[in-house]
Design a protein around this ligand. Structure first.
Ligand code: COA
Length: 327
């Protein structure tokens, strides 16, 4: 019997501070009506000044570890998906490792922007299936509010802070990750980026003056590419596994825009009751959005043993990917 990887624990954390659409009306030329109609977002969470990506990630990880019924010392691999890590070096994974007291495990970050959690799942799945690691902690954590230009109405209404985490373990049962699909089209990298602070435009007075340390997005073009890519991604993922859309118990999409989520559900003829939507509460939390939504669904009892669930994400890179899971 082949080894498979299975999610045995989930956890999430969102900072307490809520920033609502009406608060944003006082900051930039926007309205609750515009944000709600174009994105589905009503509010988002903002980390406290002293909270960084590792702090949020640790809170989510503790809950996932508890649900899995293991101890931090049992974890033999730690992966963190983030585009807003504590600092360029070391990895946020190393900092989370120290905060959780995990010893003797490799720890590293991956950056596939909003698709980071899906990329992390495939990495964890491959290592577990190979037999090399047995208890993998995968965290998606973001403090995007520090990379948000609060003077740019086209982006500042979209993003929020949060974290989600899963524990993955091997199983010989017919459960766990069935199939993964990862994609990237680097020719479209400039649709969504943070241009400053790296080796191309290192931090300087000019990069600060030119606001290069903030998220820049060509929203409308990104929207069109996202809908097209995600529609064919989910259809192809199910086809490749001979699964009919009606067999999917729950779709857990990356929460970037309610209209994108609805378009993908429509393409699969899935009623919205089979789709996890929490974008109204959190906005777009990038690599944290899927594990946050997954954890909420698990704790609300929306997923049962043997259910097929489909995860999908799209983000900077441009990157996109899906995971088909038998729970
Ligand atoms: N409030 C009010 N008006 C706004 C606004 C805001 N916050 N932001 C933009 N506008 C205006 C624009 O200036 C534009 O005005 P104009 O017609 O006078 O030029 C108008 O609204 C339409 O802008 P547009 O960018 O075409 O809107 P849209 O329908 O594409 O919605 C997004 C904008 C960002 C919500 C949408 O494009 C989107 O969600 N994109 C994809 C996000 C995504 O998937 N990212 C990848 C994963 S992270």
């Amino acid at each position: 019997m082949l080894l498979r990887s299975r999610i045995t624990g989930t956890g999430s954390y969102a900072p307490e501070k809520v920033l609502g659409n009406f608060d944003l009306e006082k900051m930039v030329d926007t309205s609750d009506g515009w944000i709600t109609e174009r994105t589905g977002i009503k509010e988002r969470r903002i980390a406290k000044g002293i909270q960084s990506a590792s702090d949020l990630g640790v809170e989510a990880a503790k809950k996932a570890i508890h649900m899995a019924g293991i101890m931090p010392k049992d974890i033999d691999m730690l992966i963190v998906a983030t585009m807003s890590g504590d600092m360029p070096m070391p990895s946020t994974a190393s900092i989370i490792q120290e905060k959780l007291g995990i010893k003797n495990s490799p720890a590293f970050d991956i950056n596939a922007a909003c698709s980071g959690f899906i990329y992390g799942l495939e990495i964890a799945d491959s290592f577990i299936k190979s037999g090399k690691f047995k208890k993998v902690l995968l965290v998606g954590t973001e403090v995007l509010s520090r990379f948000t230009d609060w003077e740019d109405r086209t982006t500042c209404v979209l993003f929020g802070d949060g974290a989600g985490a899963v524990i993955m373990e091997p199983t010989k049962r017919n459960r766990g990750i069935v199939s993964m699909q990862l994609h990237s089209d680097g020719s479209l990298w400039d649709l969504l980026c943070v241009p400053g602070g790296g080796s191309r435009h290192p931090a300087s007075k000019e990069t600060v003056k030119d606001r290069l340390h903030y998220i820049k997005m060509k929203g409308n073009k990104t929207f069109k590419v996202a809908v097209k890519a995600l529609e064919s991604l989910v259809v192809n993922t199910l086809k490749a596994n001979k699964i009919k859309p009606s067999q999917i118990a729950l779709l857990i999409p990356h929460q970037a825009n309610l209209r994108i989520i609805q378009a993908v559900a429509k393409r699969l003829h899935l009623p919205m009751s089979k789709v996890v939507v929490n974008i109204d509460k959190y906005g777009n939390t990038s690599s944290a959005s899927i594990p946050l939504a997954l954890d909420e669904a698990v704790r609300a009892g929306r997923i049962n043993d043997g259910d097929y669930i489909l995860l999908e994400a799209f983000g900077g890179g441009l990157t996109w990917g899906a995971a088909l899971i038998k729970w």
